[in-house]
Each structure stands twice: as C-alpha cells, then as structure tokens.
Design a protein around this ligand. Structure first.
Ligand SMILES: CC(C)(COP(=O)(O)OP(=O)(O)OC[C@H]1O[C@@H](n2cnc3c(N)ncnc32)[C@H](O)[C@@H]1OP(=O)(O)O)[C@@H](O)C(=O)NCCC(=O)NCCS
Length: 179
C-alpha cells in the first residue's frame, strides 16, 4: 500500500512537475470535468483514497445526467474535485478529494461552497454524505458547513469501518465557518 502511494505520488510529479510552484500563485478556477481531464482526476483520486474509483466509474459519472463533477484548477494543476448527485431537492456528496500538496489551502471548502450554493439556487431541501468516523479532516470540513451526524451505518466500508451519515439543511446561502 505504501509502495503504491509512493508510485502514484512520484508519477504525479513526473507528469505534472509545474504543479507545485505554479499552483501557489494561481487563482482558483472551478469548472465541470470532461473526459480529457481523466488522467489528472485519476492521479488525484489514487493519491487520496484507500479504494479509489476506477476510470470506468468516472466514465459512468460523466454519462449520468444526475451527476456533476466539479474540478478546481490552480494554473495547470488539478488541485481537487467534488462529485455530487442531484436528485429532486436532495444533493448527495459522493466524492471529495484534494491533491496532498494542495491541502489546507481551501480547495475542498471552495468546491463544497460552490456546489451547495449552485444547487440552492434551484431549491434544495438537504445535502447528505457518508464519511468514515476516523476521517477527522473531512468531518471538520463538513462540520464547518453545518453538516451534522444523523445516522451511523454499521460496517459500511469494505474494511469493516462504519459510516457516519451527515446532513445539512440549508437555511440561506452557505458561508462556512473559517478558523
Ligand atoms: C478531507 C479533504 C477533502 C479536505 O480537503 P482540503 O482542501 O485540505 O480542505 P480545506 O483546505 O478546504 O479545509 C477546509 C476546512 O476543513 C477542515 N479541515 C480540512 N483538513 C483538515 C485537517 N487535516 N485537520 C483538521 N481540520 C481540517 C478545517 O476546518 C479547514 O478550515 P481551516 O483550514 O480554515 O482550518 C482532504 O483532506 C482529502 O482529500 N482527504 C482524502 C480524501 C477524503 O477523505 N475525502 C473525503 C471523503 S468523505
């Protein structure tokens, strides 16, 4: 597992050597994913998750009219992405990932804020997501937006860890708490 992580990390440096330096001075650009973004999305995905989504899963999402994948770019560098499904008045957050070298610089916050506010403009009753109880970074992020735990799914993940179900009932435009 550590070897895999190192391999993907070194590969990302070789493929996108300009990312680290340029991304520091570039503004955030958020736009929908297209198929040509696949390699960079897969690199970030593999760096971020124990059981990363496959290329086929991303292709399915791109073909699904309910699904929306937002990418946040800093110059030529893909800093992170967020995948959500909109079903009637409910938004499900399925996947959020920030490249390790871009963390704690507001990438996930910007993506979540944009997604929630865009969906609220067309009416939103609630937003829902699942998260591992051990994922303190993600829980802190969601908490800062007002998501709260409403349920716990026992042994939900393939390694046996539970999932917390968190819900947000939006009351107006979203402005997360910044620390
Ligand atoms: C969780 C994750 C998406 C956060 O992305 P990020 O871009 O680093 O988050 P942001 O910089 O936008 O942080 C926004 C807020 O979230 C909270 N937060 C984020 N990372 C945190 C950490 N490591 N520890 C504590 N709080 C954290 C803080 O409240 C932070 O605000 P602050 O920096 O002003 O204190 C990122 O760590 C990641 O990709 N993890 C691996 C994939 C994953 O777990 N995805 C979520 C699955 S449910």
């Amino acid at each position: 597992m550590a070897d895999d992580f190192l391999r993907v990390f070194l590969l990302s440096l070789l493929q996108f050597p300009e990312c680290s330096a340029l991304s520091m001075i570039s503004e955030n650009i958020i736009r929908p994913m297209i198929e040509a973004d696949m390699d960079q999305v897969l690199t970030v995905e593999q760096l971020c998750h124990r059981n990363p989504w496959s290329k086929a899963m991303f292709i399915n999402e791109l073909a699904n009219p309910l699904s929306h994948i937002d990418l946040l770019w800093r110059g030529p560098c893909l800093a992170g992405f967020l995948c959500s499904w909109r079903v009637c008045q409910e938004l499900s957050i399925l996947n959020v990932a920030t490249a390790p070298n871009q963390r704690r610089s507001g990438v996930a916050r910007a993506l979540l804020e944009q997604s929630l506010n865009r969906n609220m403009r067309t009416g939103l009753d609630c937003a829902l997501l699942e998260v591992r109880p051990s994922n303190f970074a993600a829980i802190a992020l969601y908490w800062s937006f007002g998501f709260r735990e409403i349920d716990r799914r026992l042994r939900y993940y393939s390694d046996g860890e539970d999932a917390l179900v968190m819900q947000l009932i939006p009351a107006g435009l979203i402005h997360p708490v910044k620390h």
